[in-house]
Ligand binder design. Structure first.
Ligand SMILES: C[S@@+](CC[C@H](N)C(=O)[O-])C[C@H]1O[C@@H](n2cnc3c(N)ncnc32)[C@H](O)[C@@H]1O
Length: 281
């Protein structure tokens, strides 16, 4: 149970729980939200056989698997994650010998590979988690060769593109969520104490340009999920930590039951991903 506001240093510990890693793996087996985002990102990154690639924030290995299918048996792939519990799930699967797992973050990776040696760094649905965007991008640029690519996927609302949340179906889902939370007298998420870097596409472009990325391509992966999938996503332990910061386990369970009971499970809602590919100058 949380008792305070999330600090950056806490972020990894919320991921780093066996219960969370198992739930994330199950969610990715049952629903396509993360796997389809990863597949779209790997396509956009245009990975070629033989390239040296890093998968930053590899989690349970969903994106790593999509990358391996593009690399074949050649090239090299570093799969990096600071949450040991997530990495353990990934490592339990069978991998070709060119995949190396690294417990850590971008700084750990940079310490393990020669400067300017990687062709591509992919970061699927994790790029907003490191504490300092500029520091992250500087290190990414340091590890990539000139002309190398940084490819990232991010939920569109995290980059300031939120109009899909205003459509009728999404509004219905979000209204139900707030009602259930209020009826159970559960506290809403707390505002962050630390300054948040601006969540806009323009700000991302500026940050990327400022560390030497010369060309940036932006695409949208137009994912549509059912309300049942959306509810299952919200009920991942790491998401509930943020959504119901002070709730006990029994209250979390009540919340999940009530939410599912009230929703139309097959109602569709747009939940797009933004996909950015940036080329180092
Ligand atoms: C939503 S999961 C994405 C996992 C995987 N890329 C996928 O597509 O399924 C986010 C991952 O980012 C990791 N993470 C947390 N903080 C991080 C950081 N500072 N740097 C890199 N990854 C981080 C978490 O441990 C978690 O495994």
């Amino acid at each position: 149970m949380r008792t305070g506001v999330w600090q950056h240093s806490e972020v990894v510990s919320h991921w780093d729980r066996d219960e969370n890693a198992a739930a994330y793996q199950r969610f990715c087996e049952d629903f396509a939200y993360y796997p389809s985002g990863s597949a779209a990102l790997v396509r956009a990154a245009a990975i070629a056989t033989g390239e040296k690639v890093a998968d930053l924030g590899c989690g349970t290995g969903v994106t790593t698997r999509a990358l391996v299918s593009r690399l074949g048996d050649s090239g090299a792939l570093w799969a990096v994650d600071p949450a040991a519990a997530m990495l353990r799930v990934a490592q339990a699967a069978k991998w070709p010998q060119q995949v190396r797992f690294v417990l850590g973050d971008i700084a750990t990776l940079v310490a393990q590979v020669p400067p300017e040696s990687l062709d591509v760094i992919v970061c699927a649905s994790a790029v907003w988690l490191p504490p300092n965007r500029h520091a992250l991008l500087r290190k990414v640029a340091q590890a990539l060769r000139p002309g190398g690519r940084f490819a990232l996927s991010i939920p569109s609302e995290f980059i300031g593109e939120s109009t899909h949340l205003l459509d009728e179906s999404a509004t219905r889902f979000l209204t139900t969520l707030v009602q259930v939370r209020q009826e159970l007298a559960l506290a809403p998420p707390l505002p962050p104490q630390l300054p948040i870097e601006p969540p806009s596409l323009g700000a991302w472009r500026e940050s990327l340009s400022s560390v030497g990325f010369a060309r940036i391509e932006v695409g949208v992966h137009p994912y549509v999920m059912t309300h049942a999938e959306w509810a299952a996503h919200l009920c991942l332990p790491v998401v509930l930590d943020g959504l119901l910061p002070l709730a006990r386990e029994s209250q979390r369970q009540q919340f999940a039951q009530q939410l599912l009971a009230r929703l139309d499970p097959i109602a569709p809602a747009a939940r797009p991903w933004h996909i950015l590919v940036a080329w180092r100058g």
